[in-house]
Design a protein around this ligand. Structure first.
Ligand code: ZN
Length: 56
């Protein structure tokens, strides 16, 4: 008898005890996106400060 679990999110067939990585990838992707957005916001702030500093 085939016994496997199905990931409720991506539908992948998992062996018993196997953990689907779709959540990990999703979380990692989201964290990287947030990090990238924070980096851009930081760059914009620093650029503004840098321009002010350079102007002085
Ligand atoms: Zn999955």
């Amino acid at each position: 008898m085939a016994f496997y679990r199905t990931c409720p999110d991506c539908g992948a067939h998992l062996d018993p005890g196997e953990q689907c990585t779709c959540h990990d990838e999703d979380v990692i992707r989201r964290q990287e996106k947030e990090k990238a957005e924070q980096r851009i916001m930081k760059m914009i702030k620093e650029e503004r400060n840098g321009q002010l500093r350079l102007a002085v």
